[in-house]
Design a protein. Structure first.
Length: 98
C-alpha cells in the first residue's frame, strides 16, 4: 500500500495494483480498477515515484547481496510511512498504581 493525502488532509492507503490511471488537472485524480476516483494532493509524478518505490521494495528481501545503487532510498520504505495527522502511538500502562 502507498500512502496518499486527500485534499482535506486525511491520509489514505491505496493498493497500487488497483490504480488504472492518474490524471493531473489542477488536481490529481486517481482512477481505480473498480471505477472509483480519488482526488489527492500529491502530483502524478510523486504518485508514480511512490508506486515505483513500492514495486522495488517487494523485491528487496527476495535477493541476496544487499541493496543496489538504484534501489529506493531507505527513507522511502513504505513500512516507515506514518500517519501525517497524528503523533506516534504510545503504550498505555493500565497496571494499578500503589
Amino acid at each position: 500500500m502507498i500512502p496518499l493525502t486527500r485534499t482535506d488532509g486525511t491520509a489514505v492507503l491505496v493498493n497500487p495494483d488497483r490504480i488504472e490511471t492518474i490524471e493531473e488537472t489542477p488536481d490529481t485524480i486517481i482512477t481505480l480498477a473498480d471505477g472509483k476516483k480519488l482526488l489527492v494532493r500529491e502530483t502524478a509524478t510523486e504518485v508514480a515515484t511512490r508506486f515505483h518505490y513500492y514495486q522495488r521494495s517487494l523485491n528487496v528481501d527476495a535477493r541476496f547481496g544487499g541493496r543496489r545503487a538504484y534501489d529506493p532510498p531507505q527513507a522511502m520504505d513504505p513500512a516507515l510511512y506514518e500517519h501525517p495527522n497524528r503523533g506516534r502511538l504510545r503504550a498505555y500502562d493500565d497496571s494499578p498504581k500503589g
